[in-house]
Design a protein around this ligand. Structure first.
Ligand SMILES: Cc1ncc(COP(=O)(O)O)c(C=O)c1O
Length: 918
């Protein structure tokens, strides 16, 4: 493992934090300067500090249009003029507006008559003064300052007051600077690359270096300048694909590569075509802004319509005329009811067979999420998962699946009749949390199936990414390793908690769609073919290839996402994203069939419209909002680590707590270090087998003596109205999302401090006996950790092939439909029976909630560890288990009968095979 000291660290988590902090410092310094006696020693100290701050801010502000480098230059002039009060006033205004997040400014405000005006009349992003949405356009060209101003002026003249959008221009002079601007500035929505820019930035200072690791990791300094424009276009497509890119070139049309033509939205040959360019920029934004289904619903709701079908609530008729439920209407407002309809015509569309706005909305979502196809789902990812399973696997197929996955997958397997091969996530016993499934286990199990002649039956690998607790797989590495053994494997990534991940580069690398796209390109390339051939030649006798065969490999990837969990959508709004090279050939019919099976014929239009609008949001502000939610998570993590009172009772679990050393190749232990500041995590996201999503913050509360469930309900919810949804025995999980505000993080910190103070007082007031009891609670929560059970095994009656993983879950599930086949046994009797060597077999799913995945599935042998685990479980709900009745198991006689049936079935298969051979 790498020495952790080598990790790059920085005093701020992000450039945004640094920028705000520098402005704040400047504000404080300028205020103090204005109060200083002229010529005093303290005055020169402040002046020195201000010069440094202005220089730092100039480095940063050149990547933003507003306040931007021009304002910094003007402020510098004002400072040099010596009127310190005026200087302090301007700084104060600028900082205030920046902090209030109204930095997306009016493009015209910087232009002043005498060139001396300093204040930008900031307005919010939804430009309050003009009512227009504001964005920034990045121009890449090595212009001198006069040409730069001329370009900005000429474009400004082209703005029409009727335009729905308005923008400002920032010019960058090198390839590297353009990339830095794109990482720093989320307001950039369009990029214009003109001719051949130089490669190197002249502005990379130690100040910004830690924040541009992604840029520094890219090295194209040896590319000819003429190729830098297209290369930058391709990189933007990877980092921020939502951005519209334009190219102005003098390369002859015939000499332009196909990849260049595919990368740019438009290519121009005359730099002077500014009018055309301006119109294209506005058009590009309009297209992304368009929400076909939401607009159709809005339009429909405005039409006068008579309702003569079932749906009295439609247009609010049954609500607003009511004497008794009018408050319902008043609460939700008229539009909600005007938009309630079941119409599939009149501008609307049918989810079951879309041809109009819903089709278009789903196509636009596919582009936004990097999929080949996207389907909207109106009953959450619980349904999305069942659709995908039913579409792709048949009775008897083998599905490799993490046992601690969401219950919808287990039910999907029952429905489809496929046999699960359960994979075990490594346990993090100290905190009663499961980690994720190591790749080694996946490949080993595949080898076992291969050796047993069952590889042909394996159809799918299904994993949860990320898990509820934030464990993130190295998706590409997993798929490559598996495809080397089984080149036609289908992957289903349950990304219920990961829809937001597609909108920032670090996370995106570990999503199903991005990785599928990358592998598709890779396996089609000549370079890969050569690499594979060299690899094959280098293999020793009997050694198997660790690379997929390019002639056999198929990229078939599905991802299900609860859009409603992490992005803007009404509850239950989910999506299925598909990147499947064989979709048309092999799966389209079955997919549509499964989609029909599970999709309501009365889908909720509000929910569908929210998916459409949510897509628009991700394409304009996804990058900014996701980055901000990560930043807020980091702030919360750091707060707990540095505050002595919080530290006394709480620990934020670190990357190291979650991920054993062997899976952290980068050596990253934690995001924040009290001595070194923020560790940069880019390398870890790229390399490590597992990552911890920083927006999932697990707080260890063992030292409070309060268990997770009580802490959640009695402390956070009842006392402080703080809602969370996951706990373990000794942890609670907080999540930040795109709706989290600085205020809510501050409130949570305040509440934790309050709880810690109350605990201090409470512990101080305890008598000796009470203290002993409290200590015993703490001891139990911090030391006595119950082991987390693995999946035991399927009983031999339900194994398709004796001794080979893969059980007939469906057979066991339906066998239990007959009550006569089952009996109940108390936990204590279970324990005794197991000790005496008896095999007990579960007849139902047993699902403790939280965390909500089964500890027992039908057909599974009940192990001692499982009973011990259940005996110490302290959750309020255990689905499928009633303590008064005991555990529901199969009777022995039934198991024997089933064993014979299974054996006969297996023989039948053999006989049939022989017949066909004959
Ligand atoms: C991993 C996972 N998959 C699927 C689901 C189901 O998602 P939904 O609530 O959208 O039905 C959940 C719900 O918590 C989940 O945690």
């Amino acid at each position: 493992m790498k020495d952790n000291k080598k990790l790059i660290s920085a005093p701020y988590y992000s450039i945004g934090q640094l920028r705000l902090d520098k402005w704040n410092e400047l504000k404080n310094e300028s205020e103090e300067l204005s109060l200083c006696k002229t010529g005093s020693a303290i005055e020169s100290k402040h002046k020195e500090k201000i010069r440094l701050l202005l220089s730092d801010l100039k480095t940063v502000e050149q990547y933003y249009a507003i306040p931007g480098k021009t304002i910094i230059e003007k402020l510098k002039k004002c400072f040099d003029n010596g009127d310190h009060s005026v200087f302090a006033h301007h700084i104060n205004n600028t900082t205030r507006q920046l902090i209030n997040d109204v930095y997306s400014g009016n493009p015209y405000s910087q232009k002043d008559d005498d060139g001396e005006q300093l204040e930008t009349e900031f307005v919010s992003s939804a430009n309050q003064s003009t009512g227009k949405n504001y964005f920034e356009v990045l121009f890449l060209e090595n212009l001198n300052s006069i040409d730069e101003t001329t370009l900005q002026d000429r474009l400004r003249e082209l703005h029409d007051h009727n335009d729905q959008f308005t923008y400002n221009v920032i010019v960058q002079h090198s390839f590297q600077d353009a990339l830095i601007a794109l990482f720093f500035n989320p307001n950039i929505q369009s990029v214009v690359i003109r001719y051949a820019p130089p490669y190197r930035s002249e502005h990379i200072s130690p100040l910004i270096k830690p924040y541009i690791q992604n840029v520094l990791n890219i090295d194209h300094h040896d590319l000819p300048e003429a190729e830098l424009g297209p290369k930058l276009g391709q990189l933007i497509k990877q980092f921020r694909p939502e951005i519209d890119i334009y190219y102005v070139t003098d390369t002859a049309l015939g000499d332009l590569k196909d990849s260049t033509l595919a990368t740019f939205r438009r290519i121009y040959y005359r730099k002077e075509d500014l009018q055309e360019l301006h119109l294209a920029i506005i058009r590009g934004i309009c297209e992304r802004y368009h929400t076909p289904f939401f607009s159709a619903v809005k339009e429909y709701s405005q039409k006068p319509t008579g309702v003569f079908h079932a749906m009295p609530i439609s247009r609010g008729n049954s609500v607003f005329k009511s004497k008794w439920i009018k408050d319902f209407g008043d609460f939700y407002g008229r539009n909600m009811f005007l938009a309630e309809t079941s119409s599939t015509i009149g501008g609307l569309d049918s989810l079951l067979q879309p041809t109009g706005p819903l089709k278009k909305a789903q196509e636009m979502a596919a582009v936004a999420y990097g999929a080949q196809r996207t389907f909207f789902v109106t009953n959450g990812t619980s349904t999305a998962n069942k659709i995908v399973l039913q579409a792709l696997v048949e009775p008897g197929d083998l599905v490799m699946i993490d046992r601690d996955c969401h219950k919808s997958h287990h039910y999907g397997l029952v429905l489809s009749g496929a046999f699960p091969v359960y994979l075990d996530s490594y346990p993090i016993e100290k905190y009663s949390i499961y980690g994720a499934v190591p790749l080694e286990q996946i490949t080993q199990k595949l080898q076992v199936l291969k050796n047993a002649g069952r590889l042909g039956n394996v159809k799918m690998l299904l994993l949860t990414n990320c898990t509820f607790d934030g464990m993130v797989y190295n998706v590409q590495r997993v798929m490559e390793a598996v495809l080397a053994i089984k080149p036609d494997m289908i992957f289903l990534w349950d990304e219920a908690w990961f829809a937001f991940a597609g909108f920032t580069y670090t996370y995106k690398q570990r999503t199903g769609m991005f990785s599928a796209n990358k592998l598709h390109v890779k396996y089609q390339s000549e370079e890969y073919r050569k690499e594979y051939q060299t690899h094959i030649k280098g293999l020793k006798e009997g050694e198997e290839s660790s690379l997929p065969d390019p002639d056999k490999v198929r990229v078939r990837v599905y991802a299900t996402q609860s859009t409603h969990k992490t992005l803007s959508s009404f509850r239950q709004g989910s999506m299925i994203h598909i990147w499947d090279e064989d979709y048309r050939k092999k799966s389209e019919n079955t997919f549509l069939e499964a989609y029909m099976t599970h999709t309501s014929t009365s889908p909720n239009y509000q929910m569908l419209a929210s998916l459409d609008v949510g897509r628009r949001q991700t394409q304009f502000e996804g990058y900014e909002m996701v980055e901000r939610s990560i930043e807020l998570a980091m702030v919360l993590r750091a707060k707990v680590v540095v505050n002595p009172l919080l530290k006394k009772y709480f620990d934020v679990l670190t990357v190291k707590d979650f991920i054993p050393d062997k899976y952290r190749q980068s050596g990253l232990n934690e995001y924040y270090d009290t001595t070194k500041g923020w560790n940069r995590m880019e390398e870890a996201w790229e390399k490590d087998e597992f990552m911890l999503d920083p927006t999932k913050i697990t707080l260890f509360i063992g030292r409070t003596g309060i268990d997770g469930d009580t802490f959640k309900n009695k402390y956070l919810m009842d006392k402080y109205n703080i809602q969370i949804n996951k706990t373990s025995r000794n942890t609670v999980l907080f999540m930040t999302n795109i709706g989290t505000t600085r205020g809510s993080v501050a409130y949570l910190t305040k509440v934790l401090l309050q709880i810690a103070e109350d605990l201090d007082k409470q512990f101080e007031s305890l008598n000796k006996r009470e203290r002993e009891i409290a200590d015993a609670h703490i001891q139990s929560l911090t030391q006595d950790v119950p082991p987390l059970p693995d999946f035991s095994r399927f009983h031999s009656s339900f194994l398709a092939v004796p001794g080979v993983p893969g059980g007939n879950l469906r057979a066991a599930y339906f066998l239990a439909y007959n009550e006569e086949n089952c009996e109940y046994i108390s936990m204590i009797d279970c324990q005794k029976a197991i000790e005496q060597g008896k095999e007990l077999v579960a007849s139902s799913f047993v699902i403790p909630y939280p965390p909500g995945f089964p500890v027992l599935v039908p057909g599974q042998v009940v192990s001692e560890e499982i009973i011990r685990f259940m005996l110490v479980l302290d959750v309020s709900e255990i689905h499928g288990y009633r303590a008064d009745l005991g555990l529901r198991i199969f009777k022995d006689s039934v198991l024997n009968r089933q064993k014979t049936a299974t054996a006969m079935g297996a023989m039948g298969i053999t006989k049939k095979k022989k017949l066909t051979e004959v």
